[in-house]
Design a binder for this molecule. Structure first.
Ligand code: MG
Length: 399
């Protein structure tokens, strides 16, 4: 008898204090189930409702081996598509179906995708400090741990040291000064290169916090320091300005963690305006669209740099690493690190050693979830303050 989907549900947990959403797809075959990451941490309950109330009844009784058909039909089942809530819900199901397919085939996901191109994924960590010397110290500490790539930031996403005066009655928020930020970054990297040389790869994230023309200036000013990449220099609404950055300097560019629809990268890839795609894989709908996007990039010489922050579940991190190992055009993997409670809730986590992350050899995604342990870490459903970001005069801007 063929295997069918028996149940689909979203499980919420916060072992590291960050709300995570994981989807479990159970089948009519005893003990055969899959897990997928559906984490949209700021709207976790909305994703849970989409999974439990809409995808569950749509999917029960369907054949879990038909991943492509389920992806396509789930995308249009709500008619309106490619929003972050529904894409994350679909990703939870999509990754779980790939997990099930690997378990049925008795193969790790990277084998289903064509096999390993490398043994492990090179990763970068995030060094943050109040001033250049503090950042340099943190980079050196990472280097001692074996890291070969480090993203360097000053004061979170920056611009907090010098600040223009606020007007009276300015509303609360996470204030920052875009001009002070922009001027501080070349100073930071000049210091880091003097101190550390050019052996270690350095990265930086603008977090779309500059006006377009100042972002062009920053990319040019950073060119002498040979970044591995400059991330999210522009907001998703301003991507035409990448043509100007490209025409004026050779700083490698990474873009896209806020995109929802894979077509948002299309112009940037076909015009070869970026070097790395930043993709929050659950945000675009899971492994099915991500592997196609990676293959599309390969033709144009663009490499992958999947988003790997703390608001990706270990299931999502495992999916990232499987794609990393199987893609010829893998670039780099962001790695947030996993604490003990995360390892307790998710047995089989990928492991970091000497600047690389390794997978186990188990079939599917190779990671499980202890639901009893997960229940010990309830979600707080609080949206962080940094999402209310303001310029010195009180104007609300993108975070
Ligand atoms: Mg980023």
């Amino acid at each position: 008898m063929s295997i069918l989907i028996k149940d689909v549900r979203a499980i919420l947990t916060a072992p590291a204090g960050i709300d995570l959403v994981v989807v479990k797809v159970e089948t009519t075959e005893p003990e055969l189930y899959g897990l997928g990451c559906a984490t949209f941490t700021q709207r976790a309950l909305a994703v849970k409702t989409a999974v439990d109330e809409y995808l569950r009844p749509f999917l029960i009784g369907k054949d879990p081996s038909r991943i492509e058909d389920i992806f396509q039909s789930s995308m249009v089942n709500a008619y309106w598509r490619n929003g972050p809530v529904l894409n994350n819900a679909i990703s939870g199901v999509d990754m779980a179906l790939w997990d099930i397919k690997g378990k049925v085939a008795k193969m790790p996901l990277y084998d289903l995708l064509g096999g390993k191109c490398r043994e492990a994924a090179s990763i970068y960590r995030h060094a943050d400090g109040r001033d250049p010397s503090e950042v340099a110290e943190k980079v050196l500490r990472f280097k001692e741990e074996g890291l070969q790539y480090v993203r360097c930031q000053m004061g979170g996403y920056g611009g907090k040291t010098k600040m223009r005066r606020k007007p009276q009655g300015a509303l609360p928020g996470a204030y920052f000064d875009a001009d002070a930020y922009e001027q501080s970054v070349p100073v930071l990297f000049s210091y880091l290169r003097d101190k550390l040389g050019y052996e270690i790869e350095l990265l930086h994230d603008v977090h779309e916090r500059l006006s377009p023309v100042r972002a062009v200036a920053l990319a040019k000013n950073l060119e002498p320091y040979r970044l591995f990449f400059l991330e999210d220099a522009l907001a998703p609404e301003q991507i035409e300005w990448f043509r100007m950055i490209r025409a004026q300097c050779a700083t490698p560019i990474a873009m896209g963690e806020l995109f929802n629809n894979p077509n948002e990268w299309k112009m940037l890839i076909t015009e070869q305006l970026i070097d790395f795609i930043r993709v929050h894989i659950s945000q675009i709908g899971g492994i099915t669209p991500a592997r196609k996007l990676a293959a599309f990039c390969e033709t144009y010489g663009v490499r992958t740099a999947w988003h790997g922050p703390g608001d990706v579940s270990p299931v999502g991190h495992a999916a990232n690493i499987h794609l990393d190992l199987a893609a010829p055009n893998f670039g780099i993997q962001e790695w947030a690190g996993l604490n003990e409670p995360l390892r307790e809730v998710f047995p089989g986590c990928p492991e970091m050693k000497d600047g690389y992350v390794y997978l186990n050899e188990k079939p599917g995604l190779g990671i499980d979830m202890d639901e009893q342990a997960a229940a010990k870490y309830p979600c707080a459903h609080k949206v962080p303050e940094w999402t209310v970001t303001r310029l010195p005069d009180g104007t609300l801007v993108r975070p």
